[in-house]
Write a protein that binds this ligand. Structure first.
Ligand code: SAM
Length: 212
């Protein structure tokens, strides 16, 4: 399957709805973020290994999570789990020059790979931080949006603290299989506004994640 075929499939199935995300998929090509040996499979709709036992998520999942996140121009977004850098790159394109994405990765070699991939893709508004994103990243807070691309045991309170009022969090929650949880910070507190799925993500490992 090629990029255009994948885009058509995701539109037909109702996963891809936003014009901004469609544009980002064309501009920030998945083939630039997968290891050389998987280039031919870059537009197949399944996750691929990126090393260190980690994966670049399935395109349908990345698009669905991005739709749920509802990112917009000028926003500041925190991602937990940089992996290959593809999700961060898509978000970087969507938020544009006045926006910014901070992505945290706990595995050094992956953080370096994400940096190289994003550089090659010409994405300049993504900052890659090596560390434990299960406690967020307070240095750049507050954020308009927070997205986690690893399975969390629950939504950590640090993420909610680092979110702007009116802001939104999207994260897969659960141990072996996960629900995709969408929550918003309102005056009265944090509220789960939507849940769907079942998904299968690699675990979030860290202080507020699962033990190593
Ligand atoms: N978003 C990535 C992409 O576009 O390729 C895919 C992410 S992969 C499914 C999940 C990533 O989360 C892995 O790279 C893993 O090392 C990372 N991770 C797990 N626990 C973490 C933590 N506490 N802080 C930061 N990254 C973490």
């Amino acid at each position: 399957m090629g990029l255009e075929e994948l885009i058509s499939k995701m539109k037909r199935e109702g996963t891809l709805r936003s014009r901004e995300i469609e544009e980002a998929l064309r501009r920030v090509k998945r083939e630039w973020f997968v290891p050389e040996r998987y280039k031919k499979e870059a537009y197949a709709d399944y996750p691929l290994h990126i090393g260190e036992g980690q994966t670049i998520s399935q395109p349908t999942t990345v698009v669905r999570m991005t739709e749920l996140l509802n990112p917009g121009k000028g926003m500041k977004i925190l991602e937990i789990g940089a992996g290959s850098g593809w999700q961060a790159g898509l978000l970087g394109h969507i938020v544009g020059r006045k926006g910014m994405v901070v992505t945290v990765e706990r595995i050094r070699s992956l953080a370096e790979m994400a940096r190289k991939n994003l550089e090659r893709a010409g994405i300049r508004n993504v900052r890659i931080v090596e560390g434990d994103g299960s406690i967020g990243y307070s240095d750049e807070a507050p954020y308009d949006r927070i997205i986690c691309t690893a399975a969390a045991p629950e939504i950590p309170e640090e993420w909610v603290e680092q979110l702007k009022e009116g802001g939104r969090i999207v994260a897969p929650v659960g141990r072996d299989i996960q629900r995709m949880v969408v929550g918003e910070k309102k005056k009265g507190g944090f509220e789960i506004i939507h849940e769907e799925g079942w998904y299968r993500f690699v675990p979030l490992i860290g202080k507020r994640g699962f033990p190593r």
